[in-house]
Design a protein around this ligand. Sequence first.
Ligand code: TRP
Length: 330
Amino acid sequence: MVQETQSGRRIMSGMRPTGRLHLGHLVGVLTQWVEFSKTSEAFFEVADLHALTTSFDRTDAIRRNTTELVLDWLAAGVDPQKCTLYVQSHVPEISELHLLLSMIVPLSWLQRVPTYKDQIAELGAEIATYGFLGYPLMQLCDILIVRANTVPVGKDQLSHLELGREVVRRFNHLYGPTLIEPQPTLSEFPDVPGIDGRKMSKSYDNQIEIADDEQTTTKKVRSMITDPLKVRRHDPGRPEICPVFALHNAVNAPRVPWIEENCRSGTLGCVDCKAELAEKVNGYMRPVRERRANLDENAVGAILEAGAEKARAVAKETLADVKSAMKLPR
Ligand code: TRP
């Protein structure tokens, strides 16, 4: 058995290597990863096999994106001395567990996961492969293989965890208590809006990236939409529907009461409000961007190699337990 930390909490999460990270990742996800790494045992994975599910026909960016993703993690303060960072395909036990569990998962369970239908509607029927249908099962295997009990994820991933817990119950019912039912934890931060007011996301092209420079950031903040009824400076605004205000909440908390009051009363105009926000966003991202610029990309290989070795040590034990529970020949 692998040692657990005092809290008994073991964290696992991952991201697909699909491009550079943005402010939404920093505020919502990575600060949480950094905090969890201090109090719990933590495993963070580059989900390259998950990236394959939707980009099997364009794989050439995956390798580069893996390095970029890890560099963004390190720049955000994720410390490989305090947690385990690795690439999913470097831990083949995940794939083997996926095959074993695929035997007990009814097709209908996978077909009814909302992201399955949503993604097909968004990306087209070509992505409806066997592998893509198994996306949430593979995610479960990521979690189970390192025996994690706690999974920091966004709201959009809750249905995957729900499916996962059902699969665990079915396994334990069929073969005896072996696997842990993982619990999600949501970030206390609501979704960070992008410049168009929708959730910040690369797929909406509304993001403020770690890779952006300060000028670009300022320009993006200036172009943000605000309360459409606040046309002139002295018109009263409604902070509760304004994405600029939501970003102040994320990066400028001490000033939020003042901004709220003066937006409502019409003393604060959107131009000034955005100017202050641009400064705060740049201030928030500056240390991350500076660290990013000074990182040695050649260090990533060794970090991921050491991480895979640590993850595999746990993974082999889990897989052995699963095979033994399933009474596969020794
Ligand atoms: N599906 C997750 C996402 O798109 C990424 C992911 C892969 C993940 N494996 C995981 C998240 C395991 C949590 C745990 O965001």
